[in-house]
Design a protein around this ligand. Structure first.
Ligand SMILES: [Zn+2]
Length: 273
């Protein structure tokens, strides 16, 4: 699933390409991807200009000049691709926006079909069900606010990192990488972690996510940016997907365990409980 660094990469890519373009038409091919009760709500963006692209957690927000916003969640296998109108349309492409005076269009492609599109008034976006339950953005969270998010909570450390209500945007890959960087065990009980360890966690969150953004995200299977390119961070993963290989820090064999049903990678020597 695309996580914060992948979605941020897509947003940056689309910001360069879409801002200033005026919508010519909206094409809904597979109706269930649209969450609005009336799919025609999306037709209201026709004639409007793209004025901004934003990310919130793992979601992309496209703002239009008439006060509307289209929220896109890519979920497991969704892709937002900005590609030539003439490019062949495959059966996994469910939605598209075409633009005046442009021979390229924005397509939503999703093999597993868990992703969704929702049109809202820009003023209502933050209050929508999809966004209002999200925790803060980890990259703009200062240390004391971060400590406040984790203090007083109970649960396994990795489960909390994955909980979008605690902080938004971290998924399975980056949770494993962050915990390795911080030298913390994924099963550690959060309420038993002292200030020093939580500070290490906060620092690792920033370092790992920023580095992954700089390398344009991780492509394990489906992820592509808006221009169809793979990320580069998969070559820099320290533990995720590396079970049986030596730990890059100490040489011990990297293990894979299951935690709340998720495959979890760790170095048993660097990340003691
Ligand atoms: Zn190690």
């Amino acid at each position: 699933m695309p996580e914060l660094p992948e979605v941020e990469t897509i947003v940056r890519c689309l910001r360069r390409r879409l801002i200033g373009l005026e919508v010519e038409a909206v094409r809904v091919v597979f109706r269930p991807v649209v969450r609005n009760r009336e799919a025609s709500f999306l037709n209201r963006i026709v004639g409007q200009e793209v004025i901004n692209l934003r990310r919130r957690g793992k979601m992309v927000l496209v703002d239009f000049s008439g006060g509307l916003t289209v929220i896109v969640h890519l979920k497991m296998t969704g892709q937002l691709l900005f590609c030539p109108n003439a490019e062949a349309w495959d059966k996994h492409t469910h939605f598209a926006i075409t633009f005046r005076a442009s021979d390229e269009e924005l397509r939503f492609r999703d093999v597993r079909k868990f992703g969704f599109i929702l049109g809202v008034r820009t003023a209502d976006a933050e209050g929508s069900k999809e966004l209002s339950s999200l925790g803060p953005e980890p990259l703009t969270l200062d240390l004391s606010s971060f400590l406040d998010r984790f203090r007083g909570r109970r649960g396994r450390l990795k489960s909390l990192l994955l909980n979008q209500r605690v902080i938004a945007g971290v998924g399975n890959i980056y949770a494993d990488e962050i915990l390795f960087k911080a030298g913390l065990h994924p099963r550690a009980e959060v309420s038993r972690l002292g200030h020093r360890r939580l500070e290490r966690l906060w620092s690792a969150v920033g370092t790992v996510l920023n580095e992954a953004i700089a390398f344009k995200g991780t492509t394990v299977r489906d992820y592509r940016d808006a221009e169809g390119l793979e990320g580069l961070f998969q070559n820099r993963l320290q533990v995720y997907g590396r079970e049986g290989e030596p730990c890059p820090r100490c040489g011990a064999v990297i293990k894979r365990i299951r935690l709340s049903g998720r495959g979890t990678h760790l170095c048993p020597r660097c990340q003691r409980r």
